[in-house]
Ligand binder design. Structure first.
Ligand code: AMP
Ligand code: ZN
Length: 484
């Protein structure tokens, strides 16, 4: 069952075929660290991580590179406005490096709380200035760039197929499709590779064109190609990156190398609030901390994100969040009530004392679970259909209750390699670690029940209880816990 990804380049669900068998080079655009990430940003990073998890579930070794934008991202994605980090630094009278470091750490904490895996490599734009300058020099030498008083610009009219990713209508090139704020620009779509003569900008570096700082787009071209090669497998981001940032990355990279830059472009849709994109500039956003203050576990937010397709708009509503909470609790309740055994898949059939669940003649765990495993793989490989994958998890649990067979823990852990909703941690945190002597008494009692030695079994129960523990028969099996 091959993995299919919706490729923005082809507008098609393409079969995923890596450049090198078994390996994937994957770049995702990171956060601009001038403020806390809002939960819309975090939706995109949950998607980014889920894509990596799906690739790994399929057996690929993934080299996942994500940048941190700590310079050059202007207030508008085009070349207008102030640098977001520089502006924050001026406002707070801190250094831009302090600002970037503070919000990078906050972002890492959010990632950790959402169980978003750290990329293989996280790289900062400010630590790659020489790579950017080298790339710009190549573009200047090849005639793709020109220098004005304020910047080195990319000449979009020189790059064939400039609009191919976004399917832009370039007829607008000559009639001002993008607002013209720089009279020296040759074409409205041209964009800055390197800004010069910006005396108010704090961060500045020497370059062949004068002291200045890089444009946001060149950062991602330079860093992705440095770590993943001139052509690599997958590049992701939010849909807002399609018409400008990623379009410009393609023009820069392919202009410089003459090779195809990326095989699969994958984009996540927005988190909306009241039908509007959540955004810092509109001040209509929540942070993860806001959600925690409202009493929501970060895993509830993750579940909420997973319960929608990544390519669909997602509305942030109380009802949707509550539905996610209910689904998560259903899963958590199951795994925390399975009894004390670690390997529930084996013990449930053999050792349950009630007799109700201990019927060894029931179909084996593998037989009925196999179908769910296949359905799960089919869902995630169909362009990351996570709502379907979550539905399958809920279904298998429902089925386990129905069959009174609770040995699906290992399967749930396997599914959690993709969902990342901390099933194991939840179980471990609620599972009571029993002392060895109690474990021995439980085993002896289970053996006594198997041989129908009820007298011995009762005596052992009493012994367990007089040691300060109680035995409970639950629908999910026997549980033993310390007396309150
Ligand atoms: P930025 O820090 O502006 O570079 O944005 C970081 C990431 O968040 C980018 O991939 C954006 O596409 C994404 N993003 C921004 N706003 C939203 C939103 N409302 N919903 C989902 N993703 C978003
Ligand atoms: Zn980028």
């Amino acid at each position: 069952m091959s993995l299919k990804l919706f490729n923005t380049l082809t507008r098609n669900k393409d079969d995923f075929i890596p450049i090198v068998e078994g390996k994937v080079g994957y770049y995702s655009c990171g956060l601009t660290v001038y403020n806390y990430a809002h939960i819309g940003n975090l939706r995109t990073y949950i998607f980014t991580d889920t894509l990596r998890r799906v690739l790994e579930y399929n057996g690929y070794e993934v080299n996942h590179v994500m940048n941190i934008t700590d310079v050059g991202h202007l207030a508008s994605d085009q070349d207008e406005g102030e640098d977001k980090i520089d502006r924050e630094a001026q406002k707070t009278k801190k250094s831009p490096y302090e600002i970037a470091e503070f919000y990078t750490q906050a972002f890492l904490k959010d990632m950790e709380e959402l169980n978003i895996q750290k990329p293989t490599l996280m790289c900062k734009a400010t630590e790659h200035i020489p790579d950017m300058i080298a790339l710009i020099e190549k573009l200047v030498n090849k005639g793709y760039a020109y220098v004005t008083k304020n910047a080195v610009y990319y000449d979009t009219s020189k790059f064939k197929d400039y609009g191919k990713l976004a399917r832009l209508n370039l007829d607008g090139q000559n009639s001002g499709a993008r607002v013209e704020v720089e009279p020296e620009k040759r074409n409205p779509f041209d964009f800055a590779l390197w800004k010069i003569n910006q005396p108010n900008h704090i961060m500045q570096w020497d370059s062949p064109w004068g002291r200045g700082f890089p444009g946001w787009h060149i950062e991602c071209s330079a860093m992705s190609m440095k770590y993943l090669g001139e052509t690599f497998d997958i590049h992701s981001g939010g849909i807002d990156h399609i018409p400008v940032h990623h379009t410009n990355e393609i023009a820069q990279s392919e202009g410089a190398t003459g090779k195809k830059f990326v095989n699969y472009w994958v984009h996540a849709n927005f988190l909306q609030i009241k039908d509007t994109k959540m955004s810092k500039s509109l001040a209509n956003f929540y942070t993860l901390q806001d959600l925690k203050n409202m009493g929501f576990d970060p895993m509830v937010f993750k579940m909420f994100v997973l319960m929608a397709k990544y390519r669909a708009e997602l509305s942030f509503t109380d009802e949707a969040l509550t539905a996610a909470k209910t689904a998560l609790e259903y899963i958590y309740n199951f795994v925390t009530q399975m009894g004390n055994s670690d390997d529930a898949s084996k013990t449930r059939n053999e050792t349950t004392p009630t007799g109700r669940l201990g019927d060894v003649t029931q179909p084996s765990y593998e037989d009925w679970v196999k179908e769910y495993k296949e359905k799960f793989l089919e869902a995630i490989n169909d362009d990351l259909n996570t709502p379907q994958a979550v539905a399958i998890v809920l279904e298998i649990i429902q089925e386990a209750y129905k069959r009174k067979q609770f040995g699906i823990y290992e399967t749930l852990l396997d599914f959690d390699r993709v969902l990342g909703i901390r099933i194991k941690e939840k179980r471990e945190s609620t599972k009571e670690e029993l002392p060895d002597e109690i474990k021995t008494l439980i085993t002896e009692r289970e053996n006594a029940r198997k041989t129908k030695d009820w007298k011995k079994s009762d005596a052992l129960r009493k012994q367990i209880e007089s040691s300060g523990y109680i035995l409970e028969d639950t629908p999910e099996g026997m549980r033993c816990k310390k007396k309150e």
